[in-house]
Design a protein around this ligand. Structure first.
Ligand code: FAD
Ligand code: NAP
Ligand code: SF4
Length: 680
């Protein structure tokens, strides 16, 4: 296959230096990391999967890795999950490899055997130990069973080659089967496949050796090595190094970095994780091996990637979600247009949360991700005059897509800056990334020629002369009613987040939805956010890249003192935060717990007076001696203009929070705005 060799890039010289793998050369140092999209399981979804990868290949990614495919039924992630073990399964994969090769990129198929993480009763593992995050207990493999799994990996790799893949990635991290073999936590065997370090890692090494044997010397083998297990009884550093050396000797072409088991209680990719927080561990391995190393986790902008490569901490950077957010990421960086990148804000809301709910992945900031064939922004043949009222996420998405398509768009906002509620969200410690979305939209507004009228509160008469009026006017906070609600202690989350009120040392929050949790984070932190300081953040979560004390790279967490005493309350029974995102809710709960926040469900609000907030829980009344009570009790749609426009000549559309405020989020707002604009 012909490899495109673009000219060197002065701003990011290391990122765009080709990488010679001996038998082929990658044009740049960007690896699109493996990510399950939900399109891997059924043959009928492969055309969509091919279109998804084709857009990323066209964007110039050096090497792509697919989501995980099991090498056999025992290795399924879930019943009927994606698998490549029979020759009749090869055909559908050819659609993917052809689509990627047409754009001059390369693609590896990830082989993932779930082991005790498989959500089905046929799962196998080194020992009969149930994973804490799975109801099924695995069967311990016999020696013959171990051999069968190794053969399955080699066979799957051979079939991948037949399907046109340039290589495979062997999933040896994140707590899946190979990782289960390598660590004492899950490998209690005393035979040739367990016991000391060499025997525990033998399974992984043998798999790499047999794949190399089966697929020949000119086939890429990426080995995803767990460099930091982040669980008790994980590997020691000397064992990580020994494994790296052994898989290199067995024939790996590249070693990719794996961070944290799925059951680890340390966040590894959420937005509150600092950029490049784990790269130091890849850097530590660099002097130990000669094979190129790929580093990963929370690398989302070219300057971060370039810095890592320039400092020699790794030879490639892996990004999965950033390429979901912007398929043109590499092309934009290559042409020095980092400002144009639609940055992944690491929210997980439309990608990982969807996958864990058995839905197709997409992206909060790019609703076209995994919908490339359905959500298409075609140029219009009949330009219309469109007014968009409200420059929050919904209005911004709608205005920019409509203008891109050729409509004449005027965007109004009462505020002097674009962004709506995202301007509050980005003030929350750990949500700093949200400002990137507004930077991106600012650029898009300029590029698409949207006429911006900021600082303009629109009334009905301002909207004459438009064919379409889009109301993206957002929300108003829900009003609550109980005795003392007018007391001077009672304030709204808006006043707090805008800095109009600085709460005292003891604060009660009424409402424990997304905003209640965010306001609690805002109040317990003071000074620069730990999310901007990797060393402080690692200390808070007990991550020890030096492996000084424990296996798995863990140490005792040392949370910084909370800036305030906070009570987070809700009326419904049960644990507050139960409705937060599947992959991030536990992080919010753990952070607040570490800061001593009292989280209470089943609360009845009796009233507020000079003594504080009176509540009743389980029939017992108590007074919380607080200085302030902050109302975070949800939101209501705000659309007073709707009435004024009724019966007028313009077609009126209502989107985002103005349409539905319950369970509202930016994912829905941006998707709704984009879809409306695609159909105007
Ligand atoms: P808004 O963002 O509310 O924007 C509406 C805009 O309309 C405003 O700028 C307003 O000035 C303007 N406007 C109103 N009336 C007029 C008028 N008459 N003339 C001109 N302009 C007008 N969502 C998530 O998905 N994930 C998160 O992690 C998340 N975190 C959040 C954290 C906080 C602290 C907050 C407050 C919200 C968070 N949200 C989050 C919610 C998210 O911000 C909203 O879902 C999103 O902003 C809704 O977008 P929207 O465009 O519908 O409305
Ligand atoms: P929310 O999620 O609807 O939560 C509102 C909270 O207020 C609930 O805890 C509710 O619990 C309580 N409440 C409702 N009515 C009340 C009343 N009359 N009196 C007292 N308490 C009342 O809304 P939100 O927290 O304001 O968030 C707004 C939107 O922004 C949400 O839809 C959310 O999706 C989005 N957001 C998302 C994130 C995220 O991380 N994904 C972060 C922030 C915001 P009880 O009824 O049990 O008391
Ligand atoms: Fe990134 Fe959020 Fe999009 Fe996922 S949904 S790719 S985390 S921006």
């Amino acid at each position: 296959m012909r490899t495109r060799m673009p000219p060197s890039q002065p701003q990011y010289p290391h990122l765009f230096r080709p990488l010679d793998l001996g038998f082929c050369t990658l044009p740049n140092r960007v690896l699109m990391g493996s990510m399950h999209t939900g399109l891997e399981d059924k043959a009928r979804d492969f055309p969509r999967l091919a279109a998804y990868f084709a857009e990323r290949a066209a964007g110039g990614v050096g090497l792509i890795v697919t989501g995980g495919f099991a090498p056999n039924i025992a290795g399924w992630l879930k019943p009927m999950g994606g698998k490549l073990s029979w020759s009749w399964e090869v055909g559908k994969h050819r659609q993917v490899t052809r689509a990627v090769h047409e754009h001059g990129s390369r693609i590896c198929m990830q082989i993932l055997h779930s082991g005790c993480y498989g959500y089905h009763p046929l799962q196998v593992a080194p020992s009969r130990l149930k994973a804490p995050i799975n109801p099924f207990t695995p069967r311990a493999l016999s020696a013959a069973g171990v051999e069968r799994q190794i053969r399955a990996f080699a066979r799957s790799a051979r079939l991948a080659r037949e399907a046109g893949y340039d290589g495979v990635e062997v999933m040896g991290s994140e707590g899946y089967l190979l990782n289960q073999f390598t660590v004492p936590r899950t490998n209690r065997r005393e035979d040739a496949w367990g016991g000391d370090t060499a025997r525990r890692m033998r399974f992984a090494v043998e798999i790499v050796r047999r794949i190399r044997e089966a697929c020949g010397p000119d086939f890429i083998i990426v080995y995803r090595l767990s460099m930091l297990d982040l669980v008790d009884e994980g590997n020691r550093w000397d064992e990580v190094v020994a494994q790296a050396k052994a898989v290199e000797a067995a024939g790996a072409t590249l070693i990719n970095t794996g961070i944290g088991w799925h059951e680890a209680r340390v966040p590894t990719i959420a937005t509150s994780v600092p950029r490049g927080a784990f790269t130091g561990i890849t850097a530590r391995l660099k002097p130990e091996v000669t094979v190129p190393l790929v580093t990963t986790n929370r690398i989302n902008m070219p300057d971060v990637a370039e810095g890592i490569l320039a400092r020699g901490e790794a030879d490639m950077v892996s990004m999965a979600r950033p390429l979901l957010a912007d398929p043109q990421w590499v092309a934009k960086a290559r042409s020095g247009r980092a400002e144009d990148i639609n940055t992944c804000i690491a929210c997980n809301q439309a990608c990982l949360d969807h996958v864990f709910e058995n839905k197709t992945a997409s992206c909060l900031v790019n609703p076209r991700a995994c919908a490339e064939t359905e959500l298409v922004y075609r140029p219009t043949t009949q330009p219309r005059r469109v007014a968009v009222v409200g420059a929050g996420p919904a209005g911004l998405a709608c205005a920019t897509v409509a203008a891109e398509r050729g409509h004449r768009v005027t965007l109004f906002d009462a505020a002097d800056e674009i962004g709506g509620q995202f301007n509050l969200a980005r003030r929350i410690p750990g949500k700093e990334e949200f400002h990137e979305t507004l930077r991106y939209f600012r650029r898009r507004l300029e590029q698409t020629g949207v006429d911006q009228r900021l600082g303009t509160r629109v009334t009905g008469p301002d909207l004459t002369g438009f064919d379409d009026v889009v109301l993206a006017t957002g929300i108003v906070p829900r009003q609550v009613d109980f005795p003392g609600v007018d007391h001077s202690k009672v304030v709204s989350y808006l006043q707090v987040l805008r800095g109009e009120v600085v709460p005292g040392e003891r604060v009660a929050l009424i409402g424990a939805g997304g905003i209640g949790f965010d306001v609690a984070e805002f109040l317990v932190h003071e000074g620069p956010s730990p999310s901007l300081d990797p060393a402080r953040w690692r200390a808070e979560w007990g991550v020890d890249l030096a492996y000084a004390s424990n296996r798995g790279g863990l140490t005792v967490p040392a949370p910084e003192a909370a800036a305030r005493r906070v009570w987070l309350l809700q009326r419904s029974p049960g644990k507050p935060g139960a409705r937060l995102g599947k992959t991030t809710g536990w992080i919010h709960r753990a952070t607040l717990k570490a800061k001593g926040v009292t989280m209470l469900g089943g609360v009845e609000y009796v009233g507020v007076d000079d003594a504080g907030l009176r509540i009743r829980v389980d029939g017992q009344e108590q007074v919380l001696p607080v200085d302030h009570v902050v109302i975070c009790a949800g939101q209501e749609p705000f659309k007073p203009l709707l009435k004024a426009l009724e019966g007028g000549p313009a077609t009126v559309h209502v989107i985002g929070g103005a349409d539905v405020a319950a369970e509202l989020d930016a994912k829905r707002a941006i998707a709704q705005g984009s879809q409306l604009a695609a159909n105007l």
